[in-house]
Write a protein that binds this ligand. Structure first.
Ligand code: 13P
Length: 284
């Protein structure tokens, strides 16, 4: 089917108490793997690209790949701009056909975050596309987006309520001790902050930085109202390990189809597991 927006997809997840996986892609094989997994277990799915990924290949390229695979699939697929770092990039993604936009002003002072979010919401809503905003910062490094430990901050639930009401965002990302990239040690999520935020904010809430968060904690967060969970690092790692293993066993191979297929299979297996954890199997 044609790409859908994240709006109805996440409202349904919120109502029925499961989360939709939002998986970052870097190439065609990852796109194929994720949609094949979603198709196999009849799950809705979100494919997303960061600004760093979009420097490698642009929004038109990813739109082309994702929409082509989605068209042949029977499950709802949304294409989301992850951590959009400017109004201009959000406009480019919309023009290409992205069906969901994140504007990340979380490192800005509150009023500036509100201002850039309002502007982006106005533009995206005029095109019928929902917007994810962020309040409180997710630590760690996601491609070019880095939040140092000294800059990492938890979401203030009262501020989140004000931010959601003033901006009109459709989806809210929170900082509850989560970080991008692999964790050093076991992450300690502040479920109390999540609960308070959930009680004050009505829009679907997102958990970023899910690579390395134990499955039980992801399930607990979903039970407390998280409707979208973002995975990037573990997918990149699975793809790369598959390719490296193949190449080390057969160093003379020169056909990219051979080793990329192994990377693709690894990503599909990982996504199938994450979909079980998120309880979105059969929810398409
Ligand atoms: P991880 O790389 O930690 O999985 O984070 C993904 C993410 O939150 C993308 O926005």
């Amino acid at each position: 089917m044609s790409l859908v927006t994240t709006k109805e997809m996440l409202l349904k997840a919120q109502k029925e108490g499961y989360a939709v996986g939002a998986f970052n892609v870097e190439n065609m094989e990852m796109v194929q793997a994720i949609i094949a997994a979603a198709e196999e277990v009849k799950a809705p799915v979100i494919i997303q690209t960061t600004p760093g990924t979009l420097k490698y290949a642009d929004t038109d390229m990813f739109y082309g790949m994702v929409s082509a695979v989605a068209k042949k699939s029977s499950v709802p697929v949304a294409l989301h701009l992850d951590h959009g770092n400017s109004y201009e990039l959000a406009a480019r993604a919309l023009r290409s056909g992205y069906t969901s936009i994140m504007i990340d002003g979380s490192k800005l002072p509150f009023e500036e975050n509100v201002a850039v979010t309002v502007k982006t919401v106005e533009m995206a809503h005029a095109m019928g596309v929902p917007v994810e905003g962020e309040l409180g910062t997710v630590g760690g490094k996601e491609d070019t987006h880095e939040v140092k430990d000294t800059e990492k901050s938890y979401t203030d639930p009262e501020e989140a309520k004000e931010y959601a009401e003033r901006t009109g965002v459709d989806i809210l990302a929170v900082g509850i001790g989560n970080s991008h990239g692999f964790y050093k040690g076991v992450p300690e999520l502040r479920f109390d902050i999540l609960e308070k935020t959930r009680n004050l904010v009505s829009v679907p809430i997102v958990l970023h930085g899910a690579s390395g968060i134990p499955d039980e904690d992801v399930k607990k967060a979903t039970g407390l109202g998280i409707c979208k969970v973002n995975f990037a690092t573990e997918l990149r790692d699975a793809f790369s390990k598959g390719v490296k293993e193949y190449l080390s066993e057969d160093p003379d191979v020169y056909d990219p189809k051979k080793y990329n297929k192994v990377g693709r299979d690894r990503v599909k297996a990982l996504v199938l597991h994450k979909m079980e954890v998120l309880n979105c199997v059969g929810k398409a």
